[in-house]
Design a binder for this molecule. Structure first.
Ligand SMILES: [Ca+2]
Length: 422
């Protein structure tokens, strides 16, 4: 699915409860919009004090003043409001937040969330369709070299394409702007730009690139549509990228992606994980490894637009039969029969919510919420959609803040930053 809110949303949830690949689905029971604080499938200290009217299991509210410090409930509350179509956010070391606005503006949110200040010096962007000013990342050495990096849809000969620029942040001004990457070729249309920016531990930069709704170029190594690329901070190409042959454009790390709009670095393995939109069903989470091919448009657990649903799993119309292996790399998990339209991705490593340590969080646009995935190594052990009412809307990005809270960015105008913490 692209960004378009075409999907029947209630159905999108229901369809998940039939799953796939041995993936257990927790909390599938119609939690859309339920104002319940806290996860339903937490392995942590039993039923957290829930304000829901659901009958809490037996022991009647004991008035005994328990000496053990019971952690309070996790809550999700609006941190910043009034953002016009926000797309990406990145924390500065001093806890202020850079937020891109898809229309072509960059703003700086104060550390307490209350003040929003424009940042000048952003280049012109093509903000038609799914384009605009998209992701943002902060230099790993920001304290000494205050560069920020951003992706955007750039117009030019042939149409438009994803580009990456960097600039130095001085006060509320961007200076010394330089474009460090341009997707090739530019094509017509305004969909499937990708494009998350993630720094690896070695300070090289991953850029996830959509296939611009063109399909087959995702398999063409002579184009950077439907690819993940890895570049240096100045746009040069690392010498240890995979060798994909003489016809491959420089920088390509992996291929066969559709519209990867979320990405994050695994906190232990250091590998890149991404989520990407399937067509009609088939959203995926993948570990993105050097030189691997993720199959689009030849295979998908989703179906072509317009194909009739064939039961909860959509098995009859899956593109290429669905199964990726052995030719292509299987996704870790996928959503069928209806897309969630995944957005930002974040691993949780903070101490505020220890029961979520090591979990993966994924925003959903059409799916209206934030998904929590429990992992066992590189396997998805369970997944559930968080049940906070403040998150029951199109989610564009998810990040962990330096304070150990999770932050979600809602889509649309006005968009909000929601802080999830206890
Ligand atoms: Ca795939």
């Amino acid at each position: 699915m692209g960004d378009s809110p075409l999907l029947p949303r209630r159905r999108a949830l229901k369809g998940l409860c039939g799953l796939t690949l041995g993936v257990a689905v927790a909390a599938c029971g119609g939690n859309d919009g339920e104002p319940v604080a806290g996860p339903a499938a937490s392995p942590g200290p039993s039923p957290s004090p829930s304000p829901s009217p659901s009958p809490s299991p037996s022991p009647s509210p004991s008035p005994s003043p328990s000496p053990s410090p019971t952690p309070g409930p996790i809550t999700a509350t609006t941190f910043t409001s009034g953002l016009a179509n926000p797309w990406g956010m990145a924390f500065l070391p001093d806890r202020r937040i850079l937020v891109t606005l898809r229309g072509g503006s960059l703003v700086l949110v104060s550390a307490d969330g209350t003040t929003v200040t424009p940042v000048s010096g952003v280049p012109a962007v093509n903000s038609n369709g799914q384009g605009g000013l998209l992701d943002i990342a902060v230099d790993p050495d920001f304290a000494t070299t205050p560069w920020v990096y951003f992706s955007y849809a750039e117009s030019g000969s042939g149409g438009s394409g994803t580009a990456v620029a960097r600039a130095q942040l001085s006060g509320t001004t961007l200076q010394n702007l330089a474009v460090i990457f341009r997707q090739q070729p530019k094509v017509s249309g305004d969909g499937h730009f990708g494009s998350r920016l993630v720094f690896r531990a070695d300070k090289t930069l991953f850029v996830t690139l959509g296939e611009r709704q063109q399909g087959s170029p995702a398999q063409d190594l002579g184009k950077t549509l439907g690819k993940v690329v890895r570049i240096q901070r100045d746009g040069s190409i690392p010498s240890d990228n995979p060798n994909l042959g003489s016809g491959a454009l420089p920088g390509i790390w992996s291929l066969g992606h559709r519209n990867p709009q979320g990405a994050a670095l695994h906190p232990v393995t250091g590998e890149l994980w991404e989520c990407e939109h399937g067509p009609q069903g088939g959203d995926e989470i993948n570990i993105v490894r050097a030189g691997q091919n993720y199959g689009w448009p030849n295979v998908s657990y989703g179906c072509n637009y317009g194909d009739p649903y064939s039961g909860d799993d959509n098995t009859a119309c899956r593109i290429g039969g669905g199964v990726h292996a052995p030719t292509y790399t299987e996704p870790l998990t996928y959503w069928v029969p209806v897309s969630q339209a995944p957005s930002g991705l974040a691993f949780y490593t903070g101490s505020l919510m220890p029961e979520w340590s090591g979990n993966l969080f994924m925003g959903a646009l059409a799916g209206n919420g934030v998904w929590r995935l429990t992992l066992s190594g590189n396997t998805v052990a369970a997944r559930e959609k968080l049940a906070f009412s403040a998150l029951a809307t199109r989610i564009r990005d998810v990040r962990q803040g330096p304070d150990g809270a999770l932050y979600a960015l809602t889509d649309g105008n006005p968009g909000r930053i929601v802080r999830i913490a206890r």
